[in-house]
Each structure stands twice: as structure tokens, then as C-alpha cells.
Design a protein around this ligand. Structure first.
Ligand SMILES: NC(=O)C1=CN([C@@H]2O[C@H](COP(=O)(O)OP(=O)(O)OC[C@H]3O[C@@H](n4cnc5c(N)ncnc54)[C@H](OP(=O)(O)O)[C@@H]3O)[C@@H](O)[C@H]2O)C=CC1
Ligand SMILES: O=C(O)[C@@H]1CCC=N1
Length: 267
């Protein structure tokens, strides 16, 4: 089995690491590059994985997953470029960073795949979109697909769609949690105990998600089925339209897409 290194084990890096361990990947086939000693010790204790320097991780691994912030990507690539060799696969999970950015900083013959994952990977319900760089073979793209497939669903997309994907599924869990928070607070405002409001909202979310996935019915139809003529749902939806929630979602996701583009330019 080949060696996989994860450089940058924060929220997303640890999510990937934990998923690979859950999926049965042997920890002696995993390496983590992490610079803070206390974090390194925490990860070693939690997963039994070897935490090493970035250069050692890049040298020993066949696949190197880069999960540092976009702003740290240039520095990390400069550090590990000398350790990389043709035939290795670099998989970047960073928002905004293009395969061209990485390819221009690593030796010729190193394959690059850009991935936009999301945090539900922590419960094996991730959504990842992957795009190959300019000299990535089908086999190497398949390796990246298998890597992300161990923690959820994977789709292949043209790289030009990655900023939009980042705005939708990459950042998406945060919008959903924001809606959940808002509904719980509303329930408390209406006089429900917080624990009751929380249970109601979470089960409503899970049930609605399951309906979407399992029935394959369009969300508009599912919404119409809830909306009895002259009833409570119609009254609520009217307020959401009055408060321009649909327009707010569009503006929010345009902002996320634009931020992803800006990250590519180093800002
Ligand atoms: N969080 C999310 O939902 C998603 C994140 N991503 C992408 O994942 C990447 C990481 O994001 P996230 O996990 O949220 O951020 P975090 O800040 O939680 O994680 C970044 C990690 O990188 C480490 N790091 C920084 N510099 C180095 C270095 N030189 N060598 C090794 N490790 C280093 C940090 O260590 P330290 O704390 O010690 O600085 C930290 O542990 C980003 O590029 C982001 O765009 C993509 C999709 C979803
Ligand atoms: O907020 C961010 O920049 C990262 C990328 C997508 C989700 N989190």
C-alpha cells in the first residue's frame, strides 16, 4: 500500500485523517506534517499516526495532501518542492489555489489534483469535487478520487468550476448550520425549551435531507407539498420572500466565489 502524507492537520486535515483511519487505512501508511509540537503530540496520541516534518512527509509519501490555508500554500510548497519527485501525486484541498499555481512550484512530472471537500466528511457524508492538473494521469485522478471517496461522495468537475463549487458545497455546511441556529433561536423566541427546539430542528433537517436524497423529488415540489393553501407555511415563506432570503443566498454565494478567486491571487 502506498504512503499518504497530510500536510496541515487543522479542521479539514484532521477530518481527512480521521476518515482514512475509519476507512481502514493502516496508520503506518499515513504521515502527518505539522509544525506545532503540542498539536503533533495530540494527533499522535489520538490516531497513533507518525507526525513528522513537512520535508520528511513529502519525501516518504507517494501522495501528498496539502491542507494548509491558501495563504500558507506558497511557503509550504517552497519548503517541500526539493523533496518532491516525478510520479508523486499532490492533492490540494485549499480554496482558491489553482493547479497551475502548484505546478509552477513543484518539479516537472509531479501530478496535481485540486479538491474542494467539506466538513461532513467527518461523518463520511462529505462532498468533494476534484479537478486534474495539466499532467495528471487517469490513474492518479482515480487515486485522488479514492482518497476523498473514503469520506463521502466525489464528483469530477472542470477546474474553472472550482470557485463556484467552493461557494456551494465547500462553504455550504456553514450556511446550513446558520439556518439551523436561526431556527433554534426562533423556537426559543416562540417559547420552546432550547433542548426541544434543537431536537425539532435537527430532526427536521435530517428528515428533509433524507427525503431529498431518497425520493429524488425536486425541492420545489417537496416545498409545495408542505405548503397548505392559506396555511402556516405559506405565511412563513411570504416573510422569507419579503426579507429577500433567496436574494441574500445568491449574494452570499457570489461573495464566497469571489473570495475564492481572490485567494488564488494571494489576498
Ligand atoms: N474548514 C473547511 O470547512 C474547509 C477547508 N478547506 C481548506 O482546507 C484548508 C485548511 O483549512 P482549515 O482546516 O479550515 O484551517 P485550519 O487553520 O484549521 O488548518 C490549517 C492547518 O495548517 C497548519 N499549518 C500552517 N502552516 C503549516 C506548515 N507550514 N506546515 C504544516 N502545517 C501548517 C496549521 O497549523 P497551526 O494551527 O499550527 O498554524 C493548521 O493546523 C484551507 O486551505 C481551506 O481552504 C476546504 C474545504 C472546507
Ligand atoms: O472558509 C473557507 O475559506 C474554507 C473553504 C471552504 C470552506 N471553508
Amino acid at each position: 500500500m502506498s504512503q499518504t502524507a497530510i500536510i496541515g492537520a487543522g479542521v479539514m486535515g484532521e477530518t481527512l485523517l480521521s476518515g482514512l483511519v475509519r476507512a481502514g487505512r493502516r496508520v503506518d501508511h499515513l504521515l502527518v506534517g505539522e509544525k506545532r509540537p503540542e498539536r503533533a503530540q495530540e494527533l499522535e496520541e489520538r490516531y497513533g499516526v507518525a507526525v513528522v516534518g513537512n520535508v520528511e512527509a513529502a519525501t516518504k509519501a507517494d501522495t501528498v495532501a496539502l491542507v494548509v490555508k491558501p495563504q500558507d500554500m506558497g511557503e509550504v510548497l517552497e519548503e517541500i518542492a526539493g523533496a518532491l519527485r516525478p510520479g508523486q501525486l499532490v492533492v490540494s484541498l485549499a480554496a482558491g489555489i489553482t493547479t497551475a499555481f502548484i505546478e509552477s512550484r513543484v518539479p516537472d512530472g509531479v501530478a496535481v489534483v485540486r479538491v474542494m471537500p467539506n466538513t461532513p466528511a467527518l461523518v463520511d457524508e462529505g462532498m468533494a469535487a476534484i479537478s486534474p492538473g495539466s499532467h495528471c494521469s487517469e490513474e492518479q485522478l482515480g487515486e485522488a478520487e479514492a482518497l476523498m471517496g473514503s469520506v463521502g461522495k466525489v464528483v469530477r468537475i472542470p477546474e474553472r468550476q472550482q470557485d463556484a463549487v467552493t461557494a456551494i458545497s465547500g462553504s455550504g455546511p456553514a450556511y446550513i448550520f446558520f439556518v439551523v441556529e436561526s431556527m433554534i433561536e426562533a423556537g426559543v423566541h416562540l417559547g420552546l425549551p432550547r433542548t426541544t427546539a434543537t431536537e425539532l430542528v435537527i430532526q427536521t433537517l435530517v428528515g428533509s435531507g433524507k427525503m431529498l436524497r431518497e425520493t429524488g423529488t425536486h425541492p420545489t415540489v417537496l416545498r409545495e407539498q408542505v405548503t397548505s393553501p392559506g396555511g402556516t407555511t405559506a405565511a412563513a415563506l411570504r416573510e422569507l420572500e419579503v426579507h429577500k432570503v433567496r436574494a441574500a443566498f445568491l449574494a452570499a454565494m457570489e461573495a464566497a466565489r469571489d473570495r475564492s478567486r481572490a485567494l488564488a491571487e494571494g489576498s
